[in-house]
Design a protein around this ligand. Structure first.
Ligand SMILES: [Fe+2]
Length: 167
């Protein structure tokens, strides 16, 4: 067992917790912005519920490693700062820019869970692997959904602009 891997795993779980907490705030904002796109809104709300469970799983992981969970900081994570940079300006195409940013964010999350799983292996912490794998599967499914729907978002956006221009 690598002591260094254990130390980095704990730090990584804390960072992931900050990331998912930030993701909750982001998804809540997205859901509120999507009132004109009920189908997209429903998917975002489903992922919001998954994200709540992911936060819970990370707390369970830390608890299983004997870490205190009451002192977790929920400040802005680096991940959020990195993706929001592409998601500002012109409010008209917010549906598209949000989808691009969300797609990037889901991949940041996927990379995070893959790294945590590698650290589990290096630190021989197998008990928390299933929890992290469940979250990884959910992030992959959300990324896939976004990828499969980018064309439709683009078409919806054009239709919406045409409707507004004709009004
Ligand atoms: Fe996610």
């Amino acid at each position: 067992m690598s002591q260094m891997a254990s130390t980095i795993l704990i730090k990584g779980l804390r960072n992931a917790h900050a990331m998912e907490t930030e993701s909750l705030a982001l998804l809540e904002q997205r859901a509120a912005d999507l009132e004109h796109y009920p189908e997209v809104q429903a998917q975002i709300q489903r992922h919001l519920a998954e994200t709540e469970r992911q936060v819970d799983r990370l707390e369970k992981c830390l608890d299983a490693l004997g870490e205190e969970v009451s002192d977790l900081t929920n400040g802005a994570s680096e991940a959020f700062a990195r993706v929001t940079i592409v998601s500002n300006s012109d409010a008209n195409d917010v549906i598209l820019k949000d989808a691009f940013a969300d797609y990037a964010f889901e991949h940041y999350e996927i990379a995070t869970y893959k790294s945590l799983l590698t650290l589990c292996e290096m630190a021989t912490q197998r008990s928390i692997v299933p929890l992290l794998q469940d979250s990884l599967s959910e992030e992959k499914a959300m990324a896939r959904w976004l990828k499969e729907n980018i064309s439709r978002f683009t078409k919806d956006y054009v239709d919406d602009r045409e409707r507004k221009a004709a009004a």
